[in-house]
Design a protein around this ligand. Structure first.
Ligand code: ASP
Ligand code: MG
Length: 425
């Protein structure tokens, strides 16, 4: 008997028919003798619908008291899902009970719309499991120290599921989703993309942070921190496929490099169009200047990504960085109103039409020339690189948004990731 956490995404929960099929799948695992905790998302489109209603009444909520209400609204999507799924399970003859995050409780901080989980009390869950019940817990939400409902950010149900699995020391966390695993890149952009049977936790973390939408980043962090064996697999296989086949399908996130089956230098290509580039031109080059520029931006709670400072000429330099596109206008405002007057920099310019394309692979640690292959490939396509950042297992470039697909396809091919390349070996 194993203790297993299942997570079902919005598409898997998209209709009562699909919820019934989820219940049948869960029932199959229960009948095979396992203890099951299930963490579903809201029905597909529901969170958008709820936030859309809120937006009709307040187009740009930013005050904490408004964000609190956004969370109160958004959290109801999952509340409906858990109740429906528990009903569907009971209808299958499987004892089940549903809980909202606040009932467990899933304790979070008070950062509305992007709260972080602080702790999960497992007592109630364990008691129900001991009674032979399936426990269905809302994804995406928790409760803060003052009793306010919070949400974990879009896609947060992944994090809920992995966190619950960590708290329960579950044997495995299975993330059922509308794709059948983690691919070398998005198959919608590169049809030759391949599913990976396994991916190291570090690579998965990079892929998620760099734009792969398969898992929420925080969930991968949790999986790594608590070493939760996590598998991404399809919820669209027939519910009654043999449990052994299902348990081996999808992509397993691994923690031991040596166990990695596919020793590619580059395991995947990630991309995102969510960023905007900002440059502060003619900054006096003196100690403390980076802090004077970035400090006020960070104080406005804006995350900064790629940062570049040029060598200076005549005591002045240019300083560029990227922010999330949603924060672009606000960041420009902070720079113009605070940073320009404080530093005496000449001006601020920005470009929201950029994208970041990254190659990821733990094999990069032991291979030289990987970045140079990347740059050569982009140059052969005539694509200009605007910014570059590297870490031990990734190289990212910022390029014009309009070349994104071209760049991803060319890199996928250059690093032998196309399905045909593997078949030919
Ligand atoms: N329902 C939430 C969202 O749409 C959380 C999730 O699905 O993971 O973002
Ligand atoms: Mg998701």
């Amino acid at each position: 008997m194993a203790l297993i956490v299942h997570k079902y995404g919005g598409t898997s929960m998209g209709s009562t028919e699909r919820i019934r099929s989820v219940a049948q799948r869960v029932a199959k695992w229960v009948r095979a003798g396992h203890q099951l905790v299930v963490v579903p998302s809201a029905m597909s489109g529901e969170t958008n619908r709820l936030l859309g209603l809120a937006k009709e009444l307040m187009p740009n909520p930013s005050a904490p008291e408004a964000l609190r209400e956004l969370d109160a609204v958004a959290a109801t999507g999952e509340q409906v899902s858990v109740g429906l799924l528990a009903l569907a399970l009971q209808a299958q003859g499987v004892p089940a009970v549903s809980y909202g995050g606040w009932q467990v409780p899933v304790q979070t901080d008070s950062a509305y719309t992007k709260a972080r989980i602080a702790s999960i009390d497992d007592a109630r869950i364990r008691a129900d499991l001991a009674c032979g019940k399936v426990v269905v817990i809302t994804g995406f939400q928790g409760i803060d120290a003052l009793g306010n409902v919070t949400t974990l950010g879009r896609g947060g149900s992944d994090t809920s599921a992995v966190a619950v699995a960590a708290a329960l020391k579950a044997d495995e966390c299975l993330i059922y989703t509308d794709v059948d695993g983690v691919y070398t890149t998005d198959p919608r952009i590169v049809p030759e993309a391949r599913r990976l049977a396994s991916i190291s936790f570090e690579e998965m973390l990079e892929m998620a942070s760099l734009g792969s939408k398969v898992l929420q980043i925080r969930s991968v962090e949790f999986a790594g921190k608590y070493r939760v064996p996590t598998r991404v697999l399809s919820s669209f296989t027939p519910w009654d496929i043999p449990i052994e086949d299902e348990a081996q399908s999808g992509t397993l996130i691994t923690f031991e490099e040596d166990e990695k089956m596919e020793q590619a230098v580059v395991s995947g290509i990630a991309f995102n169009r969510d960023e905007a580039k900002i440059s502060v031109i003619g900054v006096p080059d003196r100690p403390g200047i980076a802090f004077q520029i970035i400090g006020p931006v960070a104080a406005a709670n804006i995350d900064i990504d790629v940062i570049i400072q040029n060598v200076s000429h005549d005591g002045r330099t240019d300083f560029s960085f990227t922010v999330h596109r949603n924060d672009y206008q606000r960041a420009m405002g902070v720079l113009e109103s605070q940073v320009l007057p404080a530093t005496g920099a000449a001006r601020v310019i920005g470009d929201a039409k950029i994208c970041k394309v990254s190659i990821v692979g733990i094999g990069m640690r032991s291979h030289v020339g990987v970045a140079s292959t990347m740059f050569r490939t982009l140059s052969e396509e005539g694509i200009n690189i605007q910014m570059i950042t590297t870490s031990e297992i990734k190289t990212s470039v910022v390029i014009d948004e309009k070349y994104m697909e071209l760049a991803v396809r060319a890199l996928h091919k250059a690093f032998d990731l196309d399905a045909s390349a593997v078949a030919a070996e």
